[in-house]
Design a protein around this ligand. Structure first.
Ligand SMILES: [Zn+2]
Length: 202
């Protein structure tokens, strides 16, 4: 699998991930696959808010959706490269979106289980579907490498990635130790994706 073989929605998600400063991207599509809104994670430096900690891809994507123009939320799908955190899953539930597709489980902050466990959320019937292992491991490698760079090998987040996705987390360690993608702007999303797939398949 190369970037050029991805379907156009996942391509867009990984391109958006690369625009953030923590590589997580999200997009909302209609039933025909048209892009309606997009978001990227700016958890480290925000362009939108004084408080970068809550500038997340999925929440941005929903906040930026023009619901006058696109009111049919129950029939749209939100794609994201990482399982939404409690804030983002809450925003998804409150937005009336019903379908979510995710590349990787987030063993650290993922909160998709709120959709099943919370009585209010249950009424909204949000379906969360996870993609195949390759996309998941690419996401874990990209995000894990940034986590290692920011917080080092003792990072609890990285350890949680290693427990759930040892292949992706090992690729993250290689990216980190080889100092690849030290600056996310050094390389395009496509090249980064293909580089990670090469490491995963080696
Ligand atoms: Zn979030």
């Amino acid at each position: 699998m190369t970037f050029s073989e991805l379907d156009k929605t996942w391509k867009k998600v990984f391109e958006l991930a690369w625009e953030g400063n923590l590589p997580i991207g999200a997009v909302i599509v209609d039933q025909d696959g048209n892009f309606l809104s997009c978001g990227r994670n700016r958890y480290i430096v925000s362009k939108r808010f004084p408080n970068c900690k809550v500038d997340h891809a999925e929440t941005e994507c929903i906040q930026e959706l023009d619901i006058e123009k696109y009111p049919d939320l129950k029939n749209y799908t939100l794609y994201t490269s990482m399982e939404p955190c409690p804030m983002c899953i809450g925003t998804i539930i409150m937005s009336n979106l019903r379908k979510v597709k995710v590349a990787a489980h987030d063993a650290w902050a993922g909160a998709a289980d709120i959709c099943i466990q919370n009585s209010y959320a249950q009424k909204k019937r949000v379906e969360v579907e996870f993609a195949d292992d390759l996309l998941a491991n690419v996401q874990i490698a990209l995000q894990g490498s940034v986590e290692l760079r920011n917080n080092g090998t003792r990072s609890e987040v990285y350890k949680s990635f290693m427990e759930m996705y040892p292949l992706g987390a090992s690729a993250a360690f290689k990216l980190f130790s080889d100092k690849l993608f030290a600056d996310l702007t050094d390389i395009t999303a496509e090249k980064a994706f293909d580089c990670v797939v090469g490491i995963l398949e080696a």
